[in-house]
Design a protein around this ligand. Structure first.
Ligand SMILES: [Zn+2]
Length: 141
């Protein structure tokens, strides 16, 4: 709809264009690339959501397995490992749920500490990242 309006408005229908003292169509090109990026964002976000949902299913299954496992083998080492796995799995599920809810409320990819957006490369590594790389760095210090 927006594109249609834009192409109609640029067609004056008055023959040759008058000479202009600035490069042709800078705005038009910019609008197009923004639209393109937005379309990519949407499909990228759908991919992220799908992979988070997969991850959620895997982690929930693991949590159920760990909980249902009869851990009382009398081996304190094994019980310790199981507890550590339980904690890690619960934490994973929490992070995935957080990321999924940020996708649905539209705040996914925004740093929660500063007004910056989290780099896509960083989100590819850490899909449930809540902070941009510089803020994450400060957090870890
Ligand atoms: Zn930040």
């Amino acid at each position: 709809m927006v594109l249609l309006t834009a192409s109609v408005s640029t067609n004056s229908g008055l023959g040759p264009r008058p000479f202009l003292f600035f490069p042709p169509n800078p705005l038009e090109r910019q609008t197009k690339s923004v639209d393109h990026r937005r379309a990519l964002d949407q499909s990228w976000l759908a991919d992220v959501r799908a992979s988070l949902a997969d991850d959620f299913a895997i982690q929930t299954a693991r949590l159920r397995e760990l909980t249902e496992l009869n851990a009382d083998t009398g081996d304190p080492g094994e019980a310790h490992t199981r507890d550590a796995l339980l904690v890690a799995t619960r934490q994973n599920i929490e992070q995935i749920t957080g990321a999924l809810s940020r996708i649905s409320d539209g705040t996914y990819g925004a740093c929660q500490k500063c007004p910056e957006r989290i780099a896509a490369e960083w989100l590819a590594v850490l899909p449930h990242a809540r902070f941009c790389v510089p803020c994450q760095g400060k957090q870890n210090r």
